[in-house]
Design a protein around this ligand. Structure first.
Ligand code: GGG
Length: 326
């Protein structure tokens, strides 16, 4: 059976790390058909459209999508692409790998981020020259869908329960609804939860990440707190993610376009290659997924390493080392 994989590199280092992950997938004996499509700043400058309809349609019909990074056009690219796969949860593991000089080497977290609403739902207005507004949307149905997924996730992956991270003491209606809905679904499933205010979480996770395991949170909090966790484990070059929907999914590194290093061939491909390993698992290739994970871990531990991890290797060197270890 052939799996069609949409490949959307986006901008900046997305154009370097996405081909690296495709190279790794191509090195496996699995029947993939890769179909590449444009999205992002460059295609917008050329055509006026950041997300061409054919790119959206491809993501909406492919078995899975591998996405790179979005820059200034992130709101016009990533958010609709997540809608294309009806993705209601963004899974972001943040794990410290052996051999990496991490601030908190004991970190091993998984963020389950609400992926459709909150402040990223896009209801922004510029009322006058000096006044802008943003409407935050939280619904019971989206919170419930996330919570059902979280309950299945902790059961299936053998976790004790999850932390609900929110700011319901200030955003009483929106985060209040999120917290109450997630808690009530967890209670129905007999899944243990604790509540943590998101500002307190930011401090506590830096001081002692081991007190957390699975973290369920609203959209913006998940985006920001997972980047914070990237700082604990050695940087953004290490965090993969999966945007999962009922029938398809989109995989992307947590990092963005990194304009400071784009075009130099030195971007760390690890996050995108681990995202590709998550794609393999999603499609049922558990063994291949584990092999890619192991090869990335061995390469992070023994090198070669890109400059963000203190090495002087290129994206191509690291990709070749990972493929050699498969
Ligand atoms: N590959 C992820 C990416 O391009 N990140 C840039 C960004 O702005 N992300 C916002 C988000 O993940 O919601």
């Amino acid at each position: 059976m052939t799996h069609q994989i949409a490949v959307i590199p986006g901008d900046g280092i997305g154009r370097e790390v996405t081909p690296a992950a495709v190279e790794v997938l191509e090195s496996l004996e699995i029947d993939f058909e890769f179909v590449e499509a444009d999205a992002g700043d460059a295609v917008q400058a050329e055509t006026g459209e950041a997300l061409p309809q054919e790119t959206y349609d491809l993501a909406a019909s492919a078995d899975a999508t591998l996405f790179g990074a979005a820059g200034d056009t992130a709101a016009d690219v990533i958010l609709p692409l997540r809608t294309a796969v009806d993705s209601f949860v963004n899974i972001r593991p943040a794990k410290a790998y052996p051999g990496i000089d991490a601030v908190r080497p004991e970190t091993d977290l998984v963020f389950l981020r609400e992926n459709t609403e909150g402040v990223y739902a896009g209801h922004e207005d510029r009322l006058t020259q000096d006044v802008s507004t943003l409407t935050r949307v939280v619904t019971e149905s989206a919170s419930e869908r996330l919570a059902e997924f979280a309950c299945e996730y902790v059961d299936g992956d053998d976790h004790d329960g999850f932390s609900i991270v929110h700011k319901a003491n200030v955003m009483r209606e929106t985060d209040g609804l999120f917290r109450d809905t997630v808690k009530s679904v967890a209670d129905e499933h007999g899944v243990e939860t604790e509540e943590v205010l998101m500002d307190a979480f930011a401090t506590r996770v830096c001081l002692d990440p081991e007190q957390f395991d699975v973290v369920v949170c609203p959209n913006l909090a998940g985006d920001v707190l997972s980047d914070l966790a990237a700082g604990l484990v050695g940087g953004l070059g290490l965090l993969p993610s999966a945007n999962v929907g009922p029938d398809r999914a989109l995989f992307e590194p947590v990092h963005g376009t990194a304009p400071d290093i784009a075009g130099q061939g030195i971007a760390n491909p690890a996050a995108t290659i681990i995202s590709a390993a998550m794609l393999l698992k999603y499609l049922g290739y558990d063994e291949a997924s584990a092999a890619v994970h192991d090869a990335v871990e061995a390469t992070l531990e023994n090198g070669p390493r890109t400059p963000d991890l203190g090495g002087d290797a290129t994206t191509a060197d690291v990709t070749a080392a990972i493929i050699d270890r498969l």
